[in-house]
Design a protein around this ligand. Structure first.
Ligand SMILES: Nc1ncnc2c1ncn2[C@@H]1O[C@H](COP(=O)(O)OP(=O)(O)O)[C@@H](O)[C@H]1O
Ligand SMILES: [Mg+2]
Length: 590
């Protein structure tokens, strides 16, 4: 139970406690329901011996005044009324329980999603997206199943305790014997399968994330897959992974039905043994009729109880891995969020970026020995145009990620106006526009893609048109059937590479940023379009800072300062002409 602390919030813990109290009342009602039946049998068989049932003897005086048929009628009505009320109570309890479980799933999934989105960028590099999807969609469901099973166990244990007490008062030895047998059988079964089940729970979770990964990969590279004709390879793998997930389900399903079979046989045998025992010792059937009825009714109720307890213990074991995963995720997220809160404490009003500086910045990806950036120092004045050049793999994109505050330097500092960037991260992000190397567009309209993360009715269409004009997309968009309301397909499949890039640029311009960072954002464009975009950016430049990574000399020629990066080192810096003179080889290529 202590495992659930991070997973169930205060309110729901309180509700769960209430539910358990409700279950105790329910268990009591179950006991009464079962105890009433033998009384009823006795009443029909021998109405004047009602005092033989200990808990009904007080009725004797009252009943002796009525004739038999009246008594039976009254009892029948009471019986029906009681069972109706009892079952209505259980329906309400189920409703309450289902709602608590719904709320737990909702909270966990949403909190996990929130936590993920707030986590540092580095986490997204390290983990495969399939793990996020699995955790958000499936693991949280498994955790709820774990809680549902725990509730069921508690519920049945309560019923068993009540029945045990009831039977104990009727016949001590027989009760102890029957319960011992039931407990031993259930325990043996549970302990035998426990380890297997836990392992299979883990296999199920792993196979599920592999399966999601495979779906992403095969559909993500559909073009390549179609040309290379290895559909079979993916289909086979998919089949294997799903089979592995479902196999564990089948295992659990079979296990879920097995204990009942044993328990039933055992229960019937012990019941018959009791009868045989009574006959052997020559006790009259009439004497033992009420007790036998009680025993039979109890056993009929007890078998499913023990069955449910055993199978749900098994299911808890199966789902335990999910609880562990979710706990670890929440712990990880909490650690990061604490950092986030620390960061957002220092807020400077009227924040105005004047200068961005890197002092001896080094960067390693965690777990890698190779340093990606080595002792980079630079001062970027706001209002200037900056270019970063260098061969592929030099660390340009990594440097941009550091400038964006997405990655933290392993050593060294990055500061805005002499304050660590982390302290002003939100304000810094408010002022920048970023065009990444691989633009990810949503399967949505052009305007929603440009005004990323805004509702349709919040979008400022004038700004959308302005951004389109600056990125030279206005003509193209005007020809589309629904203009800016045209859907562009998943990841923008309905656009050309150049249009995609320009849409990425339009997106970054929409919020009119003071600083614009572009990571090879114009590389897919033809010379002329690129030039036009550079021109229009230059035109709006004035008080804008532009930081570009580019290969074409035409793009960087007019930059105020060019940084030349090679193998993570800052080799040279200066204006285009100087740099060209000093680094003939690199600059003469294009
Ligand atoms: N997630 C990562 N883990 C480990 N190494 C990485 C990761 N991403 C990039 N790298 C390595 O960092 C180096 C620089 O990459 P990058 O900054 O993208 O170069 P550029 O943008 O200049 O082409 C490359 O050698 C690349 O292999
Ligand atoms: Mg790059």
């Amino acid at each position: 139970m202590k495992n659930l602390k991070k997973i169930v919030n205060k309110k729901n813990t309180y509700f769960l406690i209430l539910l358990i109290i409700g279950l105790i009342i329910g268990g009591f009602l179950e006991m009464v329901g079962i105890g009433i039946l033998p009384a009823f049998v006795l009443l029909i068989a021998r109405p004047n011996q009602i005092n033989e049932i200990p808990y009904l003897s007080f009725l004797e005086n009252f009943l002796s005044n009525l004739d038999k048929s009246d008594i039976i009628l009254i009892f029948s009505i009471l019986l029906i009324a009681f069972f109706t009320i009892k079952n209505i109570y259980f329906i309400l309890l189920t409703y309450f329980e289902s709602n608590i479980l719904k709320s737990i799933t909702l909270n966990n999934s949403t909190n996990l999603f929130k936590g993920y989105l707030r986590s540092p960028y580095l986490m997204f590099i390290e983990k495969n997206p399939s793990v996020f999807i699995r955790n958000l969609v499936e693991t949280t469901e498994h955790v709820t199943s774990y809680i549902r099973s725990s509730i069921l166990i508690i519920k049945e244990v309560i019923v068993v305790i009540f029945l045990f007490t009831l039977l104990l008062f009727s016949d001590f030895q027989v009760t102890i014997a029957i319960f011992s047998l039931l407990i031993v059988i259930s325990s043996v079964f549970y302990l035998t399968v426990k380890k297997q089940v836990k392992k299979r729970g883990e296999i199920s979770q792993n196979s599920r994330s592999d399966q999601i990964k495979l779906i992403n990969q095969s559909i993500g590279s559909i073009k390549y897959l179609k040309i290379s004709h290895n559909e079979e390879f993916f289909i086979k793998k998919f089949n294997n992974m799903l089979d592995s997930v479902l196999k564990q389900g089948v295992f659990i399903e079979i296990l879920g039905r097995t204990p009942k079979l044993f328990l039933e046989v055992l229960a019937i045998s012990s019941l018959l043994m009791v009868v045989g025992f009574f006959i052997y010792f020559d006790r009259s059937i009439n004497d033992m009729l009420p007790f036998l009825t009680l025993l039979a009714v109890s056993v009929i109720r007890l078998v499913p109880s023990f069955n449910l307890i055993t199978t749900n213990l098994t299911s808890c074991n199966f789902n335990f891995v999910a609880v562990k995963i979710l706990q670890e995720e929440f712990e990880y997220i909490k650690k990061n969020n604490e950092k986030l809160i620390e960061y957002s404490k220092t807020n400077i009003e009227n924040f105005k970026t004047k200068e961005l500086s890197l002092n001896n910045v080094c960067f390693y990806y965690p777990g890698y020995k190779q340093s990606i950036l080595k002792n980079i120092s630079m001062k970027i004045e706001i209002g200037k145009t900056i270019a970063i050049v260098g061969p592929s793999g030099a660390g340009k994109s990594t440097l941009i990620d550091i400038l964006l505050g997405l990655l933290e330097p392993t050593s060294g500092e990055i500061k805005i106006n002499d304050k660590p960037i982390a302290e002003n991260l939100k304000l810094w992000h408010k002022q920048i526009g970023f065009v990444p190397q691989d633009i990810y567009l949503n399967d949505d309209t052009i305007k929603s893609n440009i005004a990323f993360g805004q509702n349709e009715n919040e979008i400022d269409e004038n700004k959308v048109y302005e951004a389109l004009r600056l990125s030279k997309l206005d003509e193209f968009v005007n020809k589309l059937p629904n203009n800016i309301s045209t859907f562009i397909g998943n990841r923008g499949v309905k656009l050309s590479g150049g249009q995609l890039q320009r849409l990425g640029i339009a997106r970054s311009l929409y919020k009119n940023p003071k600083v614009l960072l572009m990571d090879e954002a114009t590389s897919s464009l033809d010379y002329e379009t690129e030039n036009e975009i550079i021109q229009s950016i230059n035109n709006i430049k004035k008080n804008k800072t532009v930081i570009v990574i580019a290969h074409r000399q035409s793009t960087i020629r007019n930059s105020d300062i060019i940084y030349y990066l090679r193998e993570g080192e800052l080799i040279d810096q200066g204006n285009f002409e100087d740099l060209k003179k000093r680094n003939e080889k690199f600059f003469s290529q294009k």
